[in-house]
Ligand binder design. Structure first.
Ligand code: ADP
Ligand code: MG
Length: 304
């Protein structure tokens, strides 16, 4: 189990993280979400032991994670970290990069393990391609596979699929997160993409202004977002008195009601349309199955 105990940290006088406290069990998937600059990457770096802590402690099982003051080489065998700038060896192949840390004493095992991981990140066609010839997304996949090569007990992923295009993202996420679950590898994923989180995280931590402002399962946070910041992570939403935070798909257009609005514009949204309308002299967003014309008067019902 990873334990982050009352960690407060700043690069200079300004605090980036304040009194951060949480645990991650073996095999658990924890997502850290928050706006850009909220301290997600810093928290991962602290967990990895990149900086010395002045306040608080971090433990993996009984071992305290210590910073560069105590460790000549940053990092531990049981923990791997895929940064936002995955540093690979550009002049060697995908397979060589992934197998780099595997022992040459067991060539058959090394080859099989490398092959298995190449399949997890779907790079079979590029196994013998030099890394410098790959796209950003392909490099990101090599970095993930390499981090898994020696089967860590915990994996830290910083925006792990940010460079990967939408055509491949969803399948790759399922591969990687299913693999981690199957091998009981804990992971902490820093992200601002809801798709990295919704179907996969056991717990979510929301970082805002240096602090954890919410910690719960994806379902609970989604159903009951206490703050607009949390709702905004999941979906389009409105703040409507006296209901509070209401998702766009929780407002229905009905034949008759006292809540009247005037359509401003409709936006195609795949399965539905997002209709922007003027309500109470402000703008609201309503999800609807067809496009509606500008100036149309609509009646609304809030599902509660
Ligand atoms: P996130 O990953 O959520 O975008 P970061 O952890 O990268 O956030 O950054 C949190 C804050 O710390 C930001 O204000 C950022 O400018 C600052 N910061 C990040 N890295 C450094 C650094 N090496 N030195 C000084 N300030 C930093
Ligand atoms: Mg970051």
């Amino acid at each position: 189990m990873l334990q982050v105990k009352n960690v407060t940290f700043g690069y200079s006088k300004t605090k980036v993280l304040k009194a951060i406290d949480f645990k991650v069990k073996a095999g658990e998937n924890l997502a850290i979400i928050g706006e850009s600059g909220s301290g997600k990457s810093t928290l991962l770096k602290l967990i990895y032991g990149e900086y010395d802590l002045k306040q608080g402690n971090i433990f993996w099982k009984d071992e305290e994670i210590l910073g560069p003051k105590y460790n000549l080489v940053v990092g531990y065998d049981f923990m791997k970290y895929v940064t936002q700038e995955f540093d690979l060896m550009p002049f060697t192949t995908v397979a060589e990069n992934i197998g780099k840390f595997l022992s040459n004493f067991y060539p058959v095992e090394k080859q099989e393990r490398t092959k298995e991981l190449i399949e997890v990140v779907e790079l079979e066609a590029f196994a013998n391609t030099k890394v410098k010839l790959l796209s950003g997304g392909q490099k990101q996949r090599v970095a993930i596979a390499r981090a898994l090569a020696k089967q860590p007990e915990i994996l830290l992923l910083d925006e792990p699929f940010s460079h990967i295009d939408n055509f491949q993202k969803q399948g790759l996420r399922r591969n990687v997160f299913n693999y981690l679950k199957a091998k009981n590898i804990a992971c902490i994923v820093a992200t601002h993409d809801r798709n990295d989180v919704l179907g996969f995280a056991d717990q979510i931590i929301v970082l805002n202004e240096s602090e954890i402002i919410a910690k719960d399962t994806p379902q609970n946070l989604y159903k009951n977002p206490k703050l607009p910041l949390i709702a905004s992570f999941f979906s389009e939403f409105n703040v409507i008195e006296p209901y509070g935070i209401v998702y766009a798909h929780h407002i229905k257009i009905v034949d008759k009601s006292d809540l009247k609005a005037v359509v401003k514009r409709s936006y195609f949204n795949g399965n539905s349309w997002l209709v922007e309308a003027i309500y109470n002299s402000g703008s609201i967003i309503v999800e609807h199955h067809i496009e509606l014309e500008k100036e149309k008067l609509i009646c609304l019902k809030v599902l509660t």
